[in-house]
Design a protein around this ligand. Structure first.
Ligand SMILES: Cc1cc2nc3c(=O)[nH]c(=O)nc-3n(C[C@H](O)[C@H](O)[C@H](O)COP(=O)(O)OP(=O)(O)OC[C@H]3O[C@@H](n4cnc5c(N)ncnc54)[C@H](O)[C@@H]3O)c2cc1C
Length: 396
């Protein structure tokens, strides 16, 4: 960061709080002298690790239906104005390679390419990056805002809150966004970790400990929400893409049901081995790989020739209708996103500006807009940033 005095003497057009996905993209999307402040020394840390290091930066099938919010319509305007092709066009201009994978997911080959692109573009558009500079408070004043930071005061005519949600505190996530929103009397929607694993109740812990690391395709359901795809057992419960998707809707008072043989019939498979000397659990691999069948069926496992109807029925029931109440989520340290945040009714959907505080904007994960797994959260970071930048480019 520049020295305190030089920052003190400057009134920036805009101060952006957070040099993550949305903050950097906003900084690079309009031309005005601005400062981008981040508590961390490393910008866009989540982008660096996103998509397993390949950055699932968007999705070909962007639509409001892929987002959760108390106001489902809020995100429509920004999403309509900024498409996935708008982002890929920018990557193409910079010769940054990307690829489309299943379900329209758009990935870079290396997340670092996206981080460098965001930083370079922000710098090309008159941005001063103040890294290692924590914003501590924001005071609206007559015609500007006064920001107190760990490196002194910053004056700016506009402020963009781009400080993200609570997920992955190990990568710099903080509660500053909601703390300052509360102080400025903006309504909040309660936050919770999503796109994360779910934990088993204590009674089932031995089961997941025994199965940690095993994975298989399943169908998983809670209430009206049903997902099909890979599930992974972890030492505390379950994870993997289907579980991450379910976590967006998870309710603690409803049972979760897993079908470990989606599209197959355990009764038919058992029928094919009638009177066999093999044990019940030994006939299911490779459909149920590793130790999954012996552990899941331990309560009713027996040589098929001696199996009673009750045991066979119990086995089919466990494999198709495994029910449990999740004890909780794997929490913010493992959640890819935070649901909730600044209530979108506080914001103009076209500009992302606070209705009651002119000049204050909120973008990205800090807002109560949460995307599904598959590139939707980063796309919201870009789209909301572009909407705010468009409005800021017209401000004095
Ligand atoms: C492991 C992981 C993998 C993910 N993979 C994907 C993926 O492949 N595709 C996808 O779409 N989404 C993915 N996400 C989600 C995506 O990264 C986020 O939704 C996105 O980064 C949100 O952007 P943002 O700008 O709102 O917040 P962030 O990118 O989190 O940026 C917020 C910034 O604010 C800074 N900050 C916080 N408090 C202060 C303060 N007081 N002062 C100054 N600075 C502050 C932080 O240091 C941070 O740099 C992933 C998330 C995680 C954790």
């Amino acid at each position: 960061m520049r020295t305190n005095s030089s920052v003190n003497n400057t009134v920036f057009h805009t101060a952006i709080v957070g040099a993550g996905a949305s903050g950097l993209f906003c900084a690079g999307s309009f031309d005005a002298p601005k400062i981008v402040l981040d508590a961390s020394q490393k910008p866009a840390q989540k982008v660096s690790v996103s998509g397993g290091g390949k950055c699932n930066f968007s999705n070909k099938f962007i639509s409001a239906a892929q987002y959760m919010s108390q106001n489902k319509h809020f995100c429509k305007s920004a999403l309509a104005a900024f498409k996935s092709s708008d982002f890929t066009n920018l990557l193409d201009e910079q010769h940054i390679p990307w690829q489309e994978r299943e379900e329209g997911q758009l990935f870079a080959y290396n997340a670092t390419d996206i981080v460098h692109f965001l930083i370079k573009r922000a710098r090309q558009h008159h941005s001063t990056l103040a890294l290692g500079t924590q914003v501590l408070d924001i005071q609206p004043q007559a015609n500007e805002f006064l920001l107190s930071t760990s490196a002194g005061y910053v004056h700016a005519r506009n402020v963009v809150l781009a400080c993200g949600g609570l997920s992955y505190p190990q990568l710099g996530a903080s509660s500053f966004g909601t703390t300052i929103a509360r102080r400025l009397k903006l309504n909040l929607v309660e936050q919770r970790p999503v796109l994360c694993g779910l934990s088993f109740p204590k009674s089932l812990r031995p089961l997941c400990l025994a199965l940690t690391g095993n994975s298989l395709p399943v169908r998983i359901r809670q209430g009206k929400h049903l997902f099909e795809g890979p599930l992974l057992f972890t030492h505390e419960g379950i994870s993997g893409p289907v579980v991450l998707r379910l976590s967006l809707f998870w309710e603690n008072n409803l049972p979760i049901e897993i079908d470990f043989l989606p599209g197959k019939s355990a009764t038919e498979i058992i029928g094919q081995h009638k009177n066999s000397v093999r044990t019940l659990s030994s006939i299911f691999p490779p459909l149920l790989p590793g130790k999954i069948a012996p552990i899941l069926l331990s309560s009713c496992d027996t040589p098929l020739a001696h199996a009673t109807r009750v045991q066979l029925k119990a086995a089919a029931n466990i494999l198709h209708h495994f029910q449990f109440y999740a004890a909780g989520t794997s929490g913010y340290t493992k959640a890819e996103a935070t649901a909730g945040g600044i209530d979108t009714r506080e914001l103009n959907p076209v500009t992302l500006e606070a209705r009651r505080i002119p000049g204050l904007f909120a973008i990205g994960e800090l807002t109560d807009v949460t995307g599904n797994l598959g590139g939707f959260n980063l796309h919201w970071a870009w789209a909301s940033a572009a909407a705010a930048a468009q409005a800021l480019s017209k401000r004095y």
